[in-house]
Design a protein around this ligand. Structure first.
Ligand code: FAD
Length: 399
């Protein structure tokens, strides 16, 4: 078996393959020179200077896994269905009878020849941290999750921080403009200038050139405008590729052979690179968050070994920004309305998304209890009483 990609999903796939009884050879190929490490602390504790090492503990001898670090998969040839194939790589051809694709995603960058920092790897985090010095003018493009966390760390380190956002509110893509706007005051409170509705044309030495003229001077530019899986090594493989590797609910890769739903039982994709079929939501989901990378590989590995488990959980993620713990569970893409739970200009509050009497999703700010209770209700799909949801003194529970 071969696992391509040495992030959390790759490591968890190795553990799950062994845990599910795979006794044969196992190789993990990863482009990075480091063994698998956790990424969430990169924009938090690592930038803050509180830690320098986020390696995920693993006993590679016990796992009986060959680690090919600093090696990149460059192509994939599939033999007849169920017969495996060959991964072409910088370490040579690697034949397999089962393959896990766990190559994650890479940050999107802006045009221009000026220096721009992105934050995906531990090396990038260490490099950026060395630039976050007292008085440095740091301009961050994108008021999404990463932008907000980098702004938090940079402001704490005494930098003069400006965040430039094309939409009218922070977190608009993830939460919608109405809910995202509740987080806008957090920037000023932390001494960070937030400029919304500003489109960047390119990164130049010494700052940003704005679309429509004007520039913003900066010592360092950080770009946090999203990520995209790099699937170029899978071109011509016959797998169905959209924004991610398209899979069924057990993470088996779908084929691009004109036959709807035909899968490769010997190839699974999981983590940030996979768009998996969600029976719960009736469409593919590509969820670029830690919880999926942690838990989904158990299902993917079982499928590769002939099992039929299905991954059907409601997505969950968190962010730590401006001294607050922000958590989200569910999916509000088709929700009908928003219900406020507490005063969103205050310190602790939540917002729920509902359709009829169904709780679709919740965002909690320093209200972890709401999150835990809501997760249970969302998972069960049981009806709720909207008036009770709106009362922060009443637990989130079924009606
Ligand atoms: P990755 O971690 O991206 O790992 C993929 C690996 O594959 C990489 O090592 C890459 O080098 C390697 N690779 C790529 N292409 C090839 C190839 N062709 N050949 C060989 N190897 C290859 N999520 C949350 O829920 N909460 C948070 O607070 C949070 N904070 C985050 C902060 C930062 C700075 C970042 C970057 C992410 C954060 N996330 C957070 C998201 C979370 O970390 C990701 O969802 C998770 O890391 C995805 O894991 P993965 O294994 O799928 O992909």
């Amino acid at each position: 078996m071969i696992v391509v990609g040495g992030g959390l999903a790759g490591l968890r796939a190795v553990e799950a393959l062994r845990g599910n009884g795979h006794e044969g050879a196992l190789t993990l190929v990863s482009a990075e020179p480091h063994p698998p490490y956790d990424r969430p602390p990169l924009s938090k504790a690592v930038l803050a200077g509180e830690t320098d090492d986020t390696t995920v503990e693993a006993d590679w001898d016990l796992l009986r896994c060959d680690l090919l670090l600093g090696q990149r998969a460059t192509g994939l040839r599939l033999d007849a269905p169920g017969r495996g194939g060959v991964v072409a790589s910088t370490a040579g051809d690697l034949p397999f009878d089962g393959l896990v694709i766990a190559t994650g995603a890479a940050p999107i960058t802006l045009p221009g020849d000026g220096r721009q920092h992105v934050l995906r790897t531990i090396d990038q985090a260490r490099e950026l941290r060395s630039r976050l010095v007292d008085g440095a003018r740091i301009v961050i493009v994108g008021a999404g999750w990463i932008g907000a966390e980098v702004a938090t760390a940079a402001a704490k380190r005494g930098c003069a921080v400006t965040v430039v956002e094309a939409a009218d509110a922070p977190l608009s893509t993830a939460l919608g403009p109405e809910v995202g706007a509740f987080t806008a005051p957090w920037y000023a409170e932390a001494g960070v200038e937030l400029r919304t509705g500003v489109k960047v044309a390119e990164v130049r030495d010494g700052g940003l050139l704005l679309a429509g003229g004007g520039r913003i001077d900066a010592d360092e530019v950080v770009v946090g405008i999203g990520v995209r899986p790099d699937l170029s090594w899978l071109d011509g493989s016959g797998l169905l590729l959209e924004r991610g590797v398209v899979t069924d609910g057990s993470f088996r890769a779908l084929l691009d052979d004109g036959e709807p739903g035909s899968t490769r039982p010997d190839v699974v994709a999981v983590g940030d690179c996979a768009a998996w079929w969600s029976a719960r939501y009736g469409r593919p989901l590509l969820v670029e968050h830690w919880d999926v990378a942690l838990n989904a590989p158990d299902v993917a590995a079982a499928a590769l070994l002939g099992g039929n488990a299905v991954y059907d959980v409601a997505p969950y993620f968190w962010s730590e920004q401006f001294g607050r713990m922000v958590q989200y569970a569910g999916n509000h893409a088709t929700s009908e309305r928003i219900v406020h739970r507490g005063d969103s200009s205050g310190r602790k509050w939540s917002v729920a998304w509902l359709t009829d009497d169904r709780l679709d999703a919740i965002l909690t700010v320093d209200r972890p209890r709401d999150l835990v209770q809501a997760k249970r209700v969302i998972a069960a799909g049981t009806p709720v009483d909207a008036a009770a949801i709106a009362d922060p003194d009443v637990p989130v529970r079924q009606a």
